[in-house]
Design a protein around this ligand. Structure first.
Ligand code: SF4
Length: 385
């Protein structure tokens, strides 16, 4: 556990970059969190969602996440023994569930590249909230392996799934994933997920101006085309504003297509009504087709920040907790787990960390803040989106 690691009430030096030490919660605070299954941060946001990155590897090189010039042939990914084991992930998720976490999202890199992933899903699907309910277990994938894996993921206990698909135009999609992976194979993967009974299925499209939003260029390969393709299919498309995640995607405000513009474009084709969030902290703003054709969502981290209701913690592939997607450093829990720390120790540190959380990056983001923090932000492919 590195230098001086006593837990309850004592200061724990944090691993690496950019964050002050975190004090583990007192025994009283821990028992109260356990009794109420609730931990709130400095903005009264409850710890509710845990995003778990199970690998930092991916078979795509999406330009806004893992640009090839950085994540090239020589890039050093985490060695196998640095990754949390399925037992460690499940233990951490179990401890977090006692403290109020009700939703687990498996991410990466590309989570389906992690060997024996269905085994982990089985272990997580067996967990229960303190009131005995199964946790809401979902996964975000690029869809490249779904044709093969959808049934196994479903029978292992996965309930629903989100597939990233940034364009229906093959040339545009290949340009964005930068590995020439065809649209048709992702669409077949979505069909396989539907056939396997994963429900609901969401499709995430990251919209970048002048790259994949260009419905107006007459080729209709942009946001409207994506909406048209899935309207009436039961699949919910979420349009995501291009974000300055990590330190390598060359983000510029000019490349952002505000969600309001996306909604306007689609509504001109098929009128939409705004609908309420399904729960506090829901990331996507929901819109329903007036003609009953289903719904879409927009995720507007840049133009309509939603930090005030952000209930998400992120567990990195090697066991650090990040309290914000745009964080510059995390808190190591792997060392604790591998050096005999008790569940109380781990829970106390998680409570202490969350109770001091004040993240609100999207509320303060400007071109300036982005530039300043640019070089220090953790990569999205390492902590999961
Ligand atoms: S910027 Fe950070 S605090 Fe705000 S919504 Fe995103 S992850 Fe949450």
């Amino acid at each position: 556990m590195g230098e001086s690691s006593q837990v309850s009430g004592r200061v724990i030096p944090l691993v690496k970059a950019g964050v002050e030490s975190v004090r583990a919660a007192s025994a009283e605070a821990l028992s109260s969190a356990r009794a109420t299954h609730l931990v709130r941060d400095t903005r009264q946001r409850a710890l509710h969602d845990l995003r778990i990155s199970v690998t930092d590897k991916c078979n795509f090189r999406c330009t806004y996440c893992m640009p090839k010039d950085v994540f090239g042939p020589g890039y050093k990914f985490l060695p196998q023994d640095a990754l949390l084991s399925f037992e460690e992930i499940t233990r951490f998720a179990r401890i977090a569930a006692e403290l109020g976490v009700e939703k687990l999202r498996l991410t990466g890199g590309e989570p389906t590249l992690r060997r024996d992933l269905p085994k982990l899903i089985e272990m997580l699907a067996a967990l229960r909230t303190p009131s005995g309910r199964a946790l809401d277990l979902t996964l975000t994938t690029n869809g490249s392996t779904l044709v093969k894996q959808a049934r196994a993921l479903k029978s292992a206990g996965l309930k629903r799934i989100t597939v990233s698909l940034d364009s229906l135009d093959d040339a545009t999609f290949k340009a964005m994933n930068d590995v020439d992976f065809p649209v048709a194979d992702v669409l077949k993967g979505i069909d396989a997920a539907q056939a396997a009974g994963l429900e609901p299925i969401k499709v995430n499209m990251v919209v970048k101006r002048g790259v994949n939003d260009t419905a107006d260029s007459g080729t209709d390969s942009g946001v409207t085309a994506m909406a048209k393709h899935f309207k009436g299919s039961g699949v919910i498309v979420r349009f995501i504003e291009f974000m300055d995640v990590g330190a390598t995607n060359g983000w510029r405000m000019d490349d952002v297509v505000p969600s309001a513009e996306v909604v306007r474009r689609i509504s001109e084709w098929s009128p939409l009504d705004a609908i309420d969030a399904q729960y506090d902290g829901e990331v996507a703003e929901r819109w329903r087709y007036k003609d009953g054709g289903g719904e879409i969502g927009v995720i507007s981290s840049v133009t309509q920040a939603f930090c005030s209701t952000c209930t998400r913690a992120r567990l990195s592939t090697d066991g650090k907790i990040f309290t914000c997607l745009f964080a510059t450093g995390g808190t190591d829990f792997r060392a604790m787990m591998r050096n005999g720390a008790s569940d109380d120790d781990i829970a106390a540190l998680l409570v202490g960390l969350w109770q001091t959380r004040g993240d609100r990056y999207s509320e303060i983001r400007t071109a300036a803040t982005s530039a300043d923090r640019q070089s220090r932000k953790v990569e999205m492919s390492y902590i999961g989106g």
